[in-house]
Design a protein around this ligand. Structure first.
Ligand SMILES: [Zn+2]
Length: 278
């Protein structure tokens, strides 16, 4: 790649207060970031690798894998750490990098590259919470970078939900399973609906902690993990319902909660009808 383009990207990262010595969780959409002519997927990773390795930093991406909501426990998704992630091409390119480390949580693993990568993923497994990696990011005084998102997802809002034990409102948590090599993992701590996380954005702006810019061609947002956590915690602990969305089809908000369990027959019926008339 032309050095000129690369240095432009590095300048853009600095403008977003993302420095080579930082620990950064990156959520990046390759198409919106801008396709690099004649480049391989690994080149997208190498741009960041070069940047963070120059300063002793570390970058991390979500490498989530499926979990089934199942009563019978048959045909469960399997996880042994080698599965592709559904969280995008950038994360999968990172997984293929020989210098990457992946945590072993059965549904919410992360992949990391950099000086602290090995330590970052250590013990993030089925014995801990799904969003414990966000706490580690806070401990490292880490940052979050979103580049080219279709909607405005949260930064580490799911960790606040986990810490407030909001997962207890979902009956579905007793049915969430992943097949491991020698046992079935039951995920008791589902995250809530993320469609309304942008309701918190105005608070970040009010507190002047949200930075806005571009990384290559991708519209980008960056924030400090600790600062965003503190704001989320303050708001969600006072009003745990603030993140409920308005979509009548949203299964997390309209179906999986104990308060909505009476709607289960309607949802099942509607699903069947849709399947028949599809
Ligand atoms: Zn929802």
């Amino acid at each position: 790649m032309l050095d000129k383009k690369k240095f432009k990207i590095y300048r853009q990262l600095e403008d977003l207060l993302i420095f080579p010595s930082d620990t950064v969780l990156i959520n990046l959409n390759i198409e919106k970031f801008g396709l690099l002519k004649d480049q391989k997927r690994s080149d997208y990773v190498n741009i960041f690798k070069e940047y963070f390795l120059s300063g002793g930093g570390t970058f991390i991406a979500l490498a989530y894998t499926p979990v089934a909501v199942s009563i019978t426990g048959r045909n469960l998704p399997y996880f042994d750490g080698t599965q592709r992630s559904y969280t995008g091409a950038f994360a999968n390119a990172m997984l293929k990098d020989s210098d990457s480390y992946r945590s072993s949580h059965p549904s919410n693993s992360v992949v990391a590259i950099g000086d602290k990568a090995k330590d970052f993923v250590r013990n993030l497994d089925e014995n801990g919470g799904a969003y414990d990696f966000c706490r580690r990011l806070i401990e490292e005084d880490g940052k979050i970078l979103l580049t080219g998102m279709d909607s405005y997802p949260g930064f580490i809002t799911h960790l606040v939900e986990q810490d407030l034990k909001l997962y207890r409102q979902y009956w579905s948590r007793f049915l969430m399973k992943v097949q491991l090599k020698d046992k079935v993992f039951k995920r008791l701590d589902p995250g809530g609906c993320s469609r309304s996380f942008d309701k918190l954005y105005k608070e970040y702006i009010k507190h002047e902690i949200l930075r806005v810019g571009y990384v290559n061609e991708g519209y980008s947002l960056s924030i400090s993990a600790k600062e965003s956590y503190d704001i989320d915690y303050k708001i969600i602990s006072k009003n745990p319902n603030i993140l409920r969305c308005s979509d009548s089809e949203c299964s997390t908000c309209r179906f999986y909660r104990w308060k909505t369990i009476h709607r289960v027959p309607f949802f099942v019926l509607r699903k069947l009808v849709k399947r028949i008339f599809k």
